[in-house]
Write a protein that binds this ligand. Structure first.
Ligand SMILES: Cc1cc2nc3c(=O)[nH]c(=O)nc-3n(C[C@H](O)[C@H](O)[C@H](O)COP(=O)(O)OP(=O)(O)OC[C@H]3O[C@@H](n4cnc5c(N)ncnc54)[C@H](O)[C@@H]3O)c2cc1C
Length: 546
């Protein structure tokens, strides 16, 4: 008997009006949060202190303690539906990549091949895998393929990744869902695992970047003809293939396409629950030490002290942000104020769902409308615009990906004199003549993240002080990917392409080197924030090139 994969996307048995129950729940938690936030408003004033030491957006509470959102979220999930079979799964989140569309009558497990979205809860790919397994009465297994090196990832990134996965593995164990860390490339390891364990179907998540897209393609080609490969966009609120069918010009062209679909997609999540169909045989337990020993990445850039990986730490960071949320609207472009969410590392590694954070932040809409709207614009529209760009533009990280006007203007100014002109080493060791730029680079190297406003200034100055636009883009991407915890992300490639190549921007008044690409300068920064305070915090010096 063949069972259609599509069948399981269709409407399950809805419990009686889960939406109503969710709203009742939300109202209760809202009034609780409102009174908590007014209690805390006194403490909040410390966040705008002129003390630049408060500039870091990572909370000191990114430990796993004091985490009430963690339990609130679980209550919300249970109020939404008891499990995924009682929830109406949005078919549009799912696409079947393999030619075979149906699950063969084998008794092996359903596999969730986790890659970009490294979390258990609030993960549409995990939920879909459990839905399939429940419908077909099959066991469920999660696998993750660990490659020894990946782009410019360093041990800083791998520790964050593996730390998060250890939490995933523990949560899977509690839910009686085996978790396997497969060492090596997915193209070999996933098909081998599938064959060895008689796997019925593979569900994977979605990333628009070249390397993970190729992994999916290779797995599809190497799987047996009878095993369906199903992809779920678990990273975006509106799946990338639903938001738009082409490369969008900018935020103004995609905003409406996304925002009009939020009513449909920005929903509560049901929980991933203890799985009732057990795998007959025991799988090997994960050898974490062996996993660390297998790494061949750059070991020179170590973890950032106090910035902990994993879902629980992400919830603590979100909770800390919610206490400061009123600052986001007005102060998010001031690098001396702790106004940003600081969530991007956990978003990048998929350790917390952006959709979950947006649902939590929207609870403050009544009191801090401007901040909430600004956060939704960044976390949904701008972030999903970046996924759109990388998905539809194969040259997302090189100058071939630019619009014609931008490529032309950079070319017209190719021969303009660059004084000073720095090498990668001078940039990397913070040896420019600009103490603000050097301080921003120190922040990046030390804290694993640079303030969002400074990232633009930083990349534009690399264009101004590099021998060519190509070299500038290469240096910006390399430093961003090497030091930033959220690096190697669509947002990063788009951020560099925006700064250096005018992607998602417009032409501005023409000037040397930049041509019509938007320019930023030190004086402009001084008008926006207390540059001296920022420099004093990070200690960037002035180095005059001989
Ligand atoms: C040169 C350059 C490099 C960048 N590199 C990265 C990177 O490697 N990884 C990364 O996630 N972001 C990158 N950005 C985008 C942005 O600066 C960061 O997302 C933001 O600073 C992350 O900090 P936060 O989580 O505190 O952001 P918040 O301001 O609190 O925003 C919340 C979330 O919204 C999203 N977001 C915010 N700003 C943008 C933006 N401009 N474009 C797309 N999404 C956005 C992010 O997911 C972010 O976590 C880069 C921008 C530039 C100009």
């Amino acid at each position: 008997m063949l069972q259609s994969v599509r069948y399981s996307c269709s409407q399950g048995n809805l419990i009686t009006n889960p939406i109503k129950r969710l709203f009742a729940m939300k109202r209760a938690s809202k009034s609780k949060e409102t009174s908590e936030s007014s209690k805390k408003s006194k403490n909040d004033s410390q966040e705008v202190s002129s003390d630049p030491a408060s500039a870091s957006s990572f909370s000191k509470t990114t430990s796993t303690t004091s985490n009430s959102l963690y339990s609130t979220f679980q209550e919300n999930r249970i109020s939404c539906a008891l499990d995924i079979s009682q929830f109406q799964f949005k078919k549009k989140r799912v696409r079947i990549l393999s030619n075979v569309k149906e699950v063969d009558d084998c008794r092996g497990p359903i596999v969730y091949w986790m890659s970009r979205d490294m979390r258990v809860q609030d993960n549409w790919a995990f939920l879909y895998a459990q839905l399939l397994a429940l419908k077909l009465e099959l066991p469920l297994v999660v696998v993750f393929c660990l490659v020894p090196k990946f782009l410019n990832a360093t041990i800083r990134h791998y520790k964050f990744l593996l730390g998060g996965l250890e939490e995933v593995a523990a949560e899977c164990e509690n839910l009686k869902i085996p978790f396997q860390l497969l060492m090596g490339p997915a193209k070999d390891r996933v098909p081998q695992f599938v064959e060895k364990n008689g796997v019925a179907a593979v569900v994977c998540d979605f990333a628009p970047l070249r390397v993970p897209m190729q992994w999916v393609e290779d797995v599809k080609n190497n799987l047996a003809d009878t095993v369906p490969l199903i992809q779920v966009d678990a990273h975006n609120v509106v799946p990338v293939w639903v938001a738009s069918d082409k490369q969008e010009y900018g935020a103004r062209t995609i905003r409406n396409k996304i925002n009009t679909k939020l009513g449909e997609f920005l929903t509560e999540f049901p929980p991933v629950v203890e799985h009732k169909y057990k795998l007959k045989k025991n799988l090997d337990s994960v050898d974490w030490k062996k996993a660390y020993n297998s790494l061949e990445c750059d070991m020179s850039v170590d973890a950032v002290p106090g910035v902990n990986p994993g879902y629980k730490a992400a919830c603590a960071q979100l909770e800390n942000f919610c206490r400061r949320i009123r600052l986001f609207g007005e102060k998010r472009n001031d690098p001396t104020v702790n106004a940003l969410s600081g969530l991007s590392p956990w978003f990048h590694f998929g350790q917390i769902s952006v959709q979950r954070c947006v649902l939590a932040v929207r609870e403050y809409k009544g009191k801090h409308k401007e901040s909430v709207e600004a956060f939704c614009e960044e976390a949904i529209v701008r972030r999903e615009l970046a996924d759109n760009f990388c998905y539809f533009n194969k040259n997302y990280d090189n100058l071939k990906g630019l619009h014609e006007w931008a490529a032309k203007t950079l070319n017209d100014h190719r021969k303009d004199k660059r004084t000073p002109c720095y090498s990668l080493e001078e940039f990397e060791t913070c040896h420019t003549h600009d103490d603000l730029w050097n301080s921003a680079q120190i922040q990046l190297a030390k804290e694993g993240k640079m303030h969002g406003f400074l990232r633009m200034y930083w990349a534009k100055k690399i264009l101004e002080w590099s021998e060519s636009p190509e070299k500038a883009l290469e240096i910006a991407i390399l430093l961003n990917d090497k030091y930033s915890l959220d690096g190697r992300d669509p947002n990063g490639y788009v951020g560099c392409m925006w700064s250096i190549g005018g992607i998602h921007d417009q032409g501005w008044a023409e000037r040397p080197i930049f041509g019509k690409i938007r320019y930023m300068n030190y004086q402009g920064c001084k008008r926006k924030f207390d540059v001296k305070a920022f420099v004093a915090r990070y200690g960037g010096k002035v180095y005059n090139k001989k």
